[in-house]
Write a protein that binds this ligand. Structure first.
Ligand SMILES: Cc1cc2nc3c(=O)[nH]c(=O)nc-3n(C[C@H](O)[C@H](O)[C@H](O)COP(=O)(O)OP(=O)(O)OC[C@H]3O[C@@H](n4cnc5c(N)ncnc54)[C@H](O)[C@@H]3O)c2cc1C
Ligand SMILES: NC(=O)c1ccc[n+]([C@@H]2O[C@H](COP(=O)([O-])OP(=O)(O)OC[C@H]3O[C@@H](n4cnc5c(N)ncnc54)[C@H](OP(=O)(O)O)[C@@H]3O)[C@@H](O)[C@H]2O)c1
Length: 460
């Protein structure tokens, strides 16, 4: 039997598992994930009010049920099992561990109000189970989000959407509770460049204008474009930006929202510099106004003399993610691990036999779910082409590893466990008219699993 291990049961891991099995049904494919539940950011990233976008999970569900595919949830490679052990146990190891760190926002001096990252907020509202229920306090009126990507938009939307609309989604119960008490009245989205360079997609932007009770505001001056921006917009690659600008022009010229109880402000060309408290004890974010200089598509931001202040009770940095290497590998990642068609290269640019990479860990933290399919397929093609040169695993190593994992206090979550949890989540959700209610508490999750396992003798 030839067995391959995949580190990370997110989209890239599942697309790779599918491609491996379609190419050779006799391959054993073992997916390891540090979380007990599979599907990565499909489950823990995509916003709860975007259920439709989670559809690829149905395909992953079918892949997970294929004979010869096994799932080991709650096993962190580099912590619970070293990468060396994994490599000596399997013929090949594919890294699909995503981007597990944040780009860091730097502010001068101390920050008197809470500064959090998009990763933390998304994990909290999506029910990642190792997070305290009260991780976010929304008893604040003014929230500032730094970043002009789709993640920043997701967060702005979740903070602004009427709670009754979120209550019919799979948002975590802990977030729902806090959103019921939310005092948030004003959300600012801050881009460091102009509206033409914003990364968000039009569909996501448009949704902000459709939120009941929410007024989207922006200064018309932001839409007075310089010649270089106009050239970028007129270029055939500027379709999305053009649609965004048209939408924002509508918002900028039609600014009466008598029924709104929340405001969502879009800002451009601003860089956060520091935070202070005003005489009333409120946080104030100091931002530098920037201007774009240079030729089209090569414009850079330059600081101006103008500084502005925004009241800020909670600052969320949504400026992108970072791929990090796994412990024991310690390779630079910029933006992903260095590779040749998915074959991992060492610091000298030499191939590391039997080690592969796919998804965000390969390309860096950009691209939607579907992007990972072609990416994983490319890697799988390289794997299959190399197959005769794969290192020989140590004999008996697989049994030793699995015996050790299943003898531990908390045995891995296997596919059958997941199917049970999935069924329960959906069943509990159905009773409340929701797609599912996620187990977002690790202790509760393990209690449920213990009960299930004890009710069902099984051979492992
Ligand atoms: C907040 C957010 C919202 C998004 N919304 C959308 C959307 O609406 N639509 C869309 O198409 N795309 C969306 N995306 C993009 C999409 O989620 C990514 O393209 C995709 O998830 C990347 O897949 P991946 O498998 O490379 O990484 P991930 O989805 O991050 O999966 C990596 C997996 O590896 C596991 N892992 C990490 N380290 C280890 C380890 N040491 N040992 C074992 N397991 C490990 C993680 O737990 C995770 O399950 C969003 C991304 C983010 C961040
Ligand atoms: N609905 C969806 O389909 C959906 C939802 C969420 C996420 N996603 C995808 O997931 C990927 C990740 O999204 P993302 O929003 O995290 O990343 P992103 O699209 O790369 O956006 C990051 C934003 O942060 C800004 N930024 C970076 N460094 C900064 C700094 N130091 N100071 C201020 N601003 C800074 C960037 O500005 P610059 O442009 O100036 O660098 C950019 O506006 C994207 O491919 C996205 O499309 C898709």
């Amino acid at each position: 039997m030839t067995a391959v291990a995949i580190v990370g049961a997110g989209p890239a891991g599942f697309y790779a598992a599918e491609a491996l099995k379609l190419a050779d049904q006799t391959l054993e494919v073992h997916l390891y994930d540090r979380y007990p539940m599979p599907f990565g950011l499909t489950r823990y990233g995509i916003a709860p009010d975007h259920q439709r976008l989670k559809a690829p999970a149905q395909l992953f569900q079918r892949t997970g049920a294929m004979p010869g595919v096994r799932f080991f949830g709650g096993v962190e490679i580099g912590h619970d099992v070293s990468l060396d052990v994994l490599r000596s146990t399997y013929s090949a190891v594919l890294l699909a561990h995503g981007a597990q760190a944040d780009e860091r926002l730097t502010l001068n001096g101390t920050t008197p109000v809470e500064v959090r990252t998009a990763r933390e907020m998304v994990a909290w509202y999506n029910g990642v189970p190792d997070i305290p229920a009260d991780d976010f306090n929304l008893q604040r009126q003014h929230v500032v989000i730094i970043g002009n990507g789709n993640v920043a938009i997701d967060i702005a939307r979740v903070l602004s959407r009427p709670v009754n609309e979120l209550a019919v989604t799979d948002i975590s119960d802990r977030a729902l509770l806090e959103l019921h008490r939310s005092q948030v009245r004003r959300v600012h989205l801050i881009g460091r460049r102009g509206p033409v360079q914003a990364r968000f997609t039009t569909r996501e932007l448009r949704e902000l204008g459709e939120l009941p009770g929410v007024a989207v505001r922006l200064r018309p001056q932001y839409l007075e474009l310089g010649a270089a921006c106009q050239t970028e917009l007129d270029h055939h690659s500027g379709d999305q930006a053009r649609r965004n600008i048209d939408l924002m022009r509508d918002w900028a010229t039609c600014q009466t929202h008598p029924d709104s109880y929340r405001e969502l402000h879009l800002h451009f060309g601003l860089v956060a510099e520091a935070m202070e408290r005003d005489a009333d004890g409120h946080g104030q974010l100091l931002l530098r106004r920037m201007r774009l200089v240079g030729a089209p598509f090569a414009q850079r931001s330059e600081p101006t003399d103008e500084q502005i202040r925004l009241r800020c009770d909670l600052l969320i940095s949504s400026i992108g993610f970072q791929v990090i290497s796994l412990p024991g590998l310690d390779l630079p990642c910029s933006p992903g691990l260095s590779h040749a068609q998915g074959r991992v290269l060492d610091a000298q640019g030499l191939l590391i036999p039997g080690l592969y990479v796919a998804g965000w860990a390969k390309r860096g933290p950009s691209g939607v779910l579907g992007t990972n399919r072609a990416c994983a397929q490319e890697t799988v093609q390289s794997m299959l082409a190399d197959r005769s040169n794969w290192p020989q695993p140590e004999s008996g190593a697989m049994k030793i590893l699995l015996d050790r994992l299943f003898a531990g206090d908390i045995p891995p979550v296997v596919w059958e466990d997941w199917l049970h949890l999935d069924h329960l989540e959906k069943e509990i959700g159905r009773a409340e008219g929701r797609p599912r209610i996620k187990f977002d508490d690790m202790n509760k999750l393990h209690d449920v699993l213990r009960k299930y396992r004890s009710s069902k003798p099984r051979a492992e």
